[in-house]
Design a protein around this ligand. Structure first.
Ligand SMILES: *Cc1c(COP(=O)(O)O)cnc(C)c1O
Length: 370
C-alpha cells in the first residue's frame, strides 16, 4: 500500500457490470426541449401517458391535504385494501411501490443471485434487460416471432437449472400484442417464477391476476401511470403469492409510496367511472388511428391491445421522420434496434392529436429520405 494516489480513484471500484452498461433510453422530457425552436402547442405521444390527464378529483384531494409533514404508512394498509377492492386479490398478496419499475427491482432483488438467468423475449420493454443486468443476473434473450408473438416452446426449451425468472409484458411494449391466456398458463406450469407486466391491462381487459392464487410462481405488475394518468406521481403495484408479498414488504423501502400518491390513488379509484370513459375514448382513438395509419402505404402499423401503435417505416428513415415530427411539436418514440428496425411508436391521444399526427405524416410523405 502507500503507493495509491490521493484522492483515490474510486471509479475502479465500481462493479464492472455497471460500468459496461448503457443506460435506459427514456423518452425526451418536454422540459429539456428547445422551447424557442418548437411550436407553442406540444402533442406528446411518446410515452403512452394519458392525454386526458388524471381525474380532477385528484387535484381537489391533493389541494385539500395538510399532512405533508407526516410519513405515510409503511405497511400501505389503506392502499392495499383499496387495491384489494380494485383487483379482487387479497390485500396481503398486494405490494405497492414508486411505480411498477421499483417493484421490478424489488422482485429481481428477491430472486436473483449472481449469474442466475432471466428469460427475456425481445423486442420488449428495455427496463427488463437493464434491471436484470444491474442486479447481476444473466440474460437469456429470445427473439419473438415476426408477428411479435412469444414462442412458448422456445421459452420452455431455454429453461435451465439456473433460470430464476421469465419476464413478459402483456400487452407487450412497444409492439402492442397480447399473449393468449393458455400460453401464459403453459409457462406458469413450468414452475419457474413468471413475472407478467400488465401496465396496459385497463386498455386490454385481459389479466392473469385471478390465477395468482393457483400458481404460486405467478406474479403480476400493474401501474397507475397509464390508465389513471398518474405517471408523474409514480405509483404501481403487484399481485403475488402471499409469502412472496411478505418478502417484498421486507425488501421495499419503508415509505416508498408517498402521501401524494396515496391520496391520488384513493381519489382515482373513487372516480373510476370517469377514468373508464377516458380509457374507452383512448381505445376508440387507437382504432381510428390504426385505420388512418394503415391507409398510408409507406407505413406498416401493428394491431395493438394497449394505448399505442408500433409502426414500421417502409420508405425513408424513421429517425428523420421522428425529427421532422418533433419540429412540428409532435413527439413520438423512435426505435432502431434488433428486431425493431426503422420504426415509430405513437401513443393514442385525443382525436385532435391523431388528426395532427396524420396531417403531419401526409405532409411529410416522400420527404424524409435525408
Ligand atoms: C409504462 C410501463 C410501465 C410503467 O412503469 P411505472 O414505473 O409504473 O410508471 C411498466 N411496464 C411497461 C411495459 C410500461 O410500458
Amino acid at each position: 500500500m502507500g503507493t495509491a494516489g490521493f484522492p483515490p480513484d474510486v471509479t475502479r471500484l465500481v462493479r464492472p457490470e455497471i460500468r459496461a452498461l448503457g443506460g435506459y433510453a427514456a423518452h425526451t422530457s418536454p422540459d429539456t426541449l428547445d422551447k424557442k425552436a418548437l411550436p407553442r402547442r406540444i402533442i406528446k405521444l411518446d410515452a403512452n401517458e394519458n392525454p386526458y390527464g388524471c381525474s380532477p378529483e385528484v387535484w381537489r384531494a391533493l389541494a385539500a391535504c395538510r399532512d405533508w409533514s407526516v410519513y405515510p404508512d409503511a405497511r400501505q394498509t389503506v392502499l392495499r385494501s383499496q387495491l384489494q377492492s380494485y383487483t379482487g386479490a387479497p390485500a396481503d398478496s398486494i405490494v405497492a411501490a414508486t411505480g411498477s419499475g421499483e417493484l421490478l427491482d424489488d422482485i429481481l432483488c428477491l430472486f436473483l443471485g449472481a449469474g442466475d438467468e432471466v428469460i427475456n423475449c425481445i423486442p420488449t420493454f428495455d427496463l427488463f434487460r437493464l434491471r436484470t443486468l444491474i442486479h447481476g443476473g444473466s440474460l437469456v434473450t429470445l427473439p419473438r416471432r415476426d408477428d411479435f408473438s412469444v414462442d412458448i416452446a422456445a421459452v420452455k426449451a431455454a429453461i435451465t437449472p439456473r433460470t430464476k425468472m421469465i419476464i413478459l409484458a402483456n400487452p407487450n411494449n412497444p409492439t402492442g400484442n397480447a399473449i393468449p391466456q393458455e400460453d401464459i398458463i403453459e409457462l406458469a406450469d413450468t414452475g419457474v417464477p413468471l413475472l407478467m407486466d400488465e401496465a396496459y391491462y385497463e386498455f386490454c381487459g385481459e389479466t392473469v391476476v385471478p390465477l395468482v392464487g393457483r400458481y404460486r410462481n405467478l406474479m403480476v405488475l400493474r401501474t397507475f401511470s397509464k390508465w389513471a394518468g398518474l405517471a408523474g406521481l409514480r405509483v404501481g403495484y403487484g399481485v403475488f403469492d402471499q409469502e412472496i408479498a411478505a418478502s417484498l414488504m421486507k425488501i421495499k423501502l419503508p415509505y416508498n409510496v408517498n402521501l401524494a400518491a396515496l391520496i391520488a390513488v384513493e381519489a382515482s379509484l373513487k372516480d373510476r367511472a370517469y377514468l373508464e370513459t377516458k380509457v374507452k375514448a383512448i381505445i376508440e382513438e387507437r382504432e381510428r388511428m390504426f385505420g388512418l395509419l394503415r391507409a398510408l402505404p409507406w407505413l406498416r402499423p401493428y394491431p395493438s391491445r394497449a394505448n399505442y401503435i408500433l409502426c414500421d417505416v417502409l420508405a425513408g428513415s424513421a429517425r428523420t421522420l421522428h425529427r421532422r415530427l418533433e419540429e412540428r411539436g409532435i413527439l413520438v418514440r423512435y426505435f432502431n434496434q434488433t428486431f425493431l428496425e426503422n420504426s415509430l411508436r405513437i401513443s393514442a391521444g385525443r382525436p385532435e392529436d391523431t388528426d395532427a399526427v396524420i396531417a403531419a405524416l401526409r405532409e411529410l410523405e416522400g420527404r424524409i429520405n435525408d
